[in-house]
Design a protein. Structure first.
Length: 269
């Protein structure tokens, strides 16, 4: 019972998982039958590679989504480091990389104009590059940098979820006529809405990730400075330098087993 309490100590975990799996349950079924007529995203039937790559993007994206959700739960990360390593590899190799490459291939053929294409191309490129750098830093054992890069990668990954929240306020503020014309209104208005939702969510998510990274860095610097100050303030016993004492094996007399003991140093004058 206590361990369940500890596992759920972060109050955001349950609503967050609810949103992640809710999004997948809501969107994924449209693409599982490989039927282009059920796609809720625009498809290009004139290009035979477009729909298969869109579906590949969504399936690999879902793998990235679930494994990223596993990675961000602090309790799971700390208590099950093996699961963290496995799901981290799946996130990179079976999720983000194939999903990012698939969407980048069809980005030039998206249907809502240059704003949508540019926003998604930059998002895709940043997602791939932050993920690759984060993965390499983990393999190099540079764990602080690994954390920072993966936080950026997750922020970009979850921008697909954030786009659902930004849609309403962004439209209301910048393009209110959509509410009177509907999202199926004139193509120019649809393009503007697509442009907004192709930029705002990931830019904001990335800024939030940077803020978290800066905060973590400053906290670490503060801890280091506090340690240095404490070390300086520690009372010194003596200023004279005692020469280093060579360590020689000495047979303890009380037992029959040989024990390595450091001979007592000369008393400090
Ligand atoms: C971070 C890089 C990503 C980029 C650049 C990207 C880009 C896109 C684009 C351009 C579309 C087509 C939109 C349209 O034509 O209207 C799309 C659709 C979709 N993507 Fe992604 N995506 C990314 C990540 C993800 C992730 C992590 C998931 C997780 C499940 C995901 C799930 C989907 C789904 C479900 C659709 C279909 C949406 C619908 O039916 O309306 N994407 N994505």
């Amino acid at each position: 019972m206590a361990s369940i309490g500890r596992a759920l100590r972060r109050p955001w975990i349950i609503p967050f998982y609810f949103l992640v799996f809710g999004f997948l349950a809501y969107r994924l079924p449209n693409y599982l039958g490989f039927d282009p007529s059920r796609s809720t995203a625009a498809t290009r039937l004139d290009l035979p590679f477009y729909y298969p790559l869109l579906v590949a993007h969504i399936l690999f994206g879902s793998v990235a989504f679930v494994t990223a959700a596993i990675q961000v739960w602090p309790w799971l990360r700390n208590r099950h480091p093996k699961l963290h390593r496995i799901s981290g590899r799946v996130y990179v190799l079976g999720g983000a990389l194939p999903a990012g490459l698939a969407i980048l291939t069809i980005t030039p053929f998206l249907t809502h104009g240059a704003g949508q294409k540019a926003g998604n191309a930059l998002l895709g490129l940043l997602w791939l590059s932050t993920t690759i750098v984060g993965f390499r830093r983990a393999r190099q054992g540079r764990i602080v940098e690994h954390r920072e890069w993966m936080l950026r990668s997750f922020a970009l990954c979850f921008s697909i979820l954030a786009s659902r929240f930004w849609l309403g306020p962004a439209i209301l503020w910048l393009e209110p006529e959509v509410f009177t014309m509907g999202v199926d209104g004139p193509p120019a208005v649809q393009d503007q809405v697509s442009t907004l939702t192709s930029w705002i969510p990931w830019v904001v998510n990335l800024l939030i990730a940077e803020w978290f990274n800066h905060r973590a860095r400053y906290k670490a610097l503060g801890r280091q400075a506090a340690k240095r100050t404490a070390a300086k303030q520690e009372p010194k016993v003596s200023t004279s330098v005692t020469p280093p004492v060579p360590v020689e094996p000495v047979l303890a007399t009380a037992t029959k087993t040989p024990v390595l003991e450091r001979p007592a140093p000369d008393p400090v004058p």
